[in-house]
Design a protein around this ligand. Structure first.
Ligand SMILES: Nc1ncnc2c1ncn2[C@@H]1O[C@H](COP(=O)(O)OP(=O)(O)OP(=O)(O)O)[C@@H](O)[C@H]1O
Length: 278
């Protein structure tokens, strides 16, 4: 069998494997990833049904998959559009940041948060993930600055014209400040929390971003993800959370590790809402 494989075939297979891997990385942690898992499961059942010659099951699955292929582009139109935009931006090929760089970025943000907390200076930082937040930062003050404790602290310094609103970070850059975020109308939010916390929560309801808030009144740091707010984070928890974020943006340890993570999340029914709360 192997002797029929030419160098061209091997190259062909490697390119396809690479493309599938990068597309899966783009889809990781998005709503569309659940769909991919569902489709894989259906495809497996379909192969199983064909092998065992279960005519009725094969027929039903065949029809169902046919309908799904028409429905998917309609239902997942926003995700597909975003994915194509990402490919257009070069995300499929973009250089991953090194582990050391990820650690130093996490450290800079952590030191900024701890300093702001110690001085009781209100702040709101959004960590952008796969959902592009262009709609939010387009009308704000664009910065494209390197992430550092000094930059973050000075943005939120009282009196600075940029201190009102949120800062958005993406990978290695501070992309914008003074961003106005959508406010959450979740009725379960404590009535002691004002608009800064509602804005932090709001952006995580409409995207997969993570937000970090320093409360001016209580001097506590909270974080929000997928519409859930965790208050009073300790330094260690913050370090973990930031490392988790920047490392997920860095070079994956290995392809095998990524596959293992994907299977682990598949077995547990997807990523847990509070996974970063630990
Ligand atoms: N939609 C929004 N998007 C981004 N930032 C916002 C938004 N709404 C309010 N903010 C920020 O929150 C600040 C007001 O915070 P407010 O005191 O109402 O909230 P809070 O949740 O009680 O926070 P704190 O505990 O820091 O007082 C504003 O000055 C502004 O910087």
């Amino acid at each position: 069998m192997i002797k029929f494989l030419s160098l061209r075939d091997i190259l062909d297979i490697l390119i396809i494997a690479f493309l599938i891997y990068r597309i899966l990385l783009l889809l990781m942690d998005t709503r569309a990833m659940q769909l991919v898992k569902g489709l894989l499961l259906l495809a497996l059942v379909s192969v199983f049904a064909r092998t065992l010659r279960f005519e009725a099951l094969s027929w039903i699955l065949g029809k169902f998959l046919g309908v799904l292929f028409i429905a998917i582009p309609i239902v997942f139109q926003p995700e597909l559009r975003r994915m194509l935009e990402e490919i257009g931006k070069g995300s499929l090929w973009r250089r991953a940041i090194s582990r050391e760089k990820a650690q130093s970025l996490a450290d800079e943000v952590l030191r900024a948060l701890l300093y702001l907390q110690s001085q009781k200076i209100g702040a709101l930082i959004v960590l952008q993930r796969s959902t592009g937040l262009k709609d939010v930062w387009q009308s704000a003050v664009k910065l494209d600055a390197e992430i550092s404790q000094e930059v973050l602290v000075s943005i939120f310094w009282p009196g600075n014209p940029l201190h009102d609103g949120a800062v958005i970070l993406d990978r290695e850059r501070v992309i914008a400040a003074s961003c106005f975020l959508p406010l959450s109308d979740n009725p379960d939010i404590s009535r002691w929390l004002g608009t800064r916390h509602r804005a932090a929560l709001g952006i995580t309801e409409v995207s997969d971003a993570i937000s970090l808030v320093v409360s001016e009144e209580r001097g506590e740091v909270s974080f929000a993800i997928r519409g859930h707010l965790s208050r009073g984070l300790k330094e260690n928890q913050l370090r973990q959370l930031l490392l988790h974020y920047f490392l997920s943006e860095s070079e994956p340890t290995s392809l095998w590790e990524r596959i293992r993570e994907a299977f682990a999340s598949f077995r547990s029914g997807g990523v847990k809402d509070d996974e970063m709360d630990r």
